[in-house]
Design a protein around this ligand. Sequence first.
Ligand SMILES: NC(=O)c1ccc[n+]([C@@H]2O[C@H](COP(=O)([O-])OP(=O)(O)OC[C@H]3O[C@@H](n4cnc5c(N)ncnc54)[C@H](OP(=O)(O)O)[C@@H]3O)[C@@H](O)[C@H]2O)c1
Length: 491
Amino acid sequence: MSEETSAVIILFGGSGDLAQRKLYPAMFGLYKRGILAAHFAVIGTARRPWSNAHYRDIVVAAVAGDNDHDQAVAFSEHFYYQSHDVTDAEHYITLKELAATLDAKYQAAGNRLYYMAMAPAFFATIASHLKSEALLTTDGFNRLVIEKPFGHDYASAKELNDSITATFKEAQIFRIDHYLGKEMAQAIMGLRFGNPIIKALWNKDFIQDIQITLAEAVGVEERAGYYETAGALRDMVQNHVMQLVACLTMEEPTELSAAAVHKVKAEAFAALHRYTEEEAAANFVRAQYTQATIAGSDVPGYREEPGVAADSLTDTFVAGRILTDLPDLAGVPIYVRTGKRLTRKSTQVTVTFKPGAAGMFGAQPAAHLTIYIEPTQGITLELNGKQLGATNALVPQNLDFRHDKKAAQAAPEAYERLIGDALHGDQTNFNHWVELAATWRYIDVILAAWAKDDQMPTYAAGTMGPKAAFDLLQRDGHDWFWQPTRIQMAD
Ligand SMILES: NC(=O)c1ccc[n+]([C@@H]2O[C@H](COP(=O)([O-])OP(=O)(O)OC[C@H]3O[C@@H](n4cnc5c(N)ncnc54)[C@H](OP(=O)(O)O)[C@@H]3O)[C@@H](O)[C@H]2O)c1
């Protein structure tokens, strides 16, 4: 969608890290594409007493490159700063008046996008003040964009959802999972449902297992305060990993609309095979990284990181074995893993197709389809081909596709796509409450199982997690396909 949109965007947390690193560059991208043009204004809010001029300097610094400084300045002129404490009702009156003034100035047609880029503890307060101080307009759209984390278990997620749905209807709520904005995450549907050869094979008769890896090479960095309350299971599995699981297991939507996609996703989440706590403990592995020397540099263990408790039981790594009860894929293990301080940063999915019975060429090894989500973007399909020369032996051969780096960089980044979608009212790539509820219920069982155990397994920083994460697959006679220490195609 590329037509111009009109709106007054009210950004709670306008001075924050997310706003400066992601949201302003994303909005600038929309500006350069003409999706934000003449008819928009952004009101950035936070407590610190900034002037409009200072705020605009911050915006320019956040977005300007070497060649687009003048365009960045023109863009920043649409930005206004309002010092605002989200707990203070009076401030919402001022905000409402400023929004109305800017609406008239920019002809924003009564449209409002409320973006909560703040600590989640404030989400409910903001939503209730938007209602009590009557900020929602009656003559345009009113949409709420809300960041993760959405709760820390099912009960808190439900409480938060109840509080925001007291002000906004589900059709007005855009819950961000930025993984759904990524090019190759969006490409999974096209790959699965746009290729008869893939469609025909996407079932338990042909698929041996599916593997999802979201590996980070960095440690907890400056985020210990948040991470200590979350851990890898909540921070990565409940949202990003689960959304990828749904994209990989769901049935084909009847059409490419938000309603049709959310319907099959909801079915996919409802069909997740529920474990008992004992089964969850046997099928999920957690661990924490420990000190190591990587490329000559000493890297601290998680418990030595600033802001982390010396006896912390926060998981920095999770591996799990997920099953679905959807008939087409029932019994096919979906192995997932994610963690900090792993060998290399990469997000990728591998589908392993079953090996064939030995035939005239001897053994027919398993074939693999890998989807590279980041940092490279593309797919590799590994097939068995005849080895070159006077032999009939079969060897794995790769059909490789990678998006051209320059073209990939020029494509809109995840936040740009998602903010554009929210402005256009397209909820396809956002989290529906039904999906969140189902994933939290699934995660709660694992959390409950772990709460009964105060042992925290460890892995050395720079490795791909604890031995238990490998044992999890070996129990089924399988192995992780991506092992960055093994020589493989570029990933
Ligand atoms: N940063 C990321 O890369 C990232 C990635 C994914 C999701 N998120 C999510 O995005 C949200 C924001 O994260 P962040 O990293 O940008 O946080 P942050 O840097 O701490 O920013 C918080 C913002 O809230 C404002 N604020 C705090 N208390 C306030 C109050 N009482 N009234 C009004 N404003 C107040 C702060 O400004 P003042 O101090 O001036 O009030 C600041 O602008 C969080 O939900 C986070 O989980 C962040």
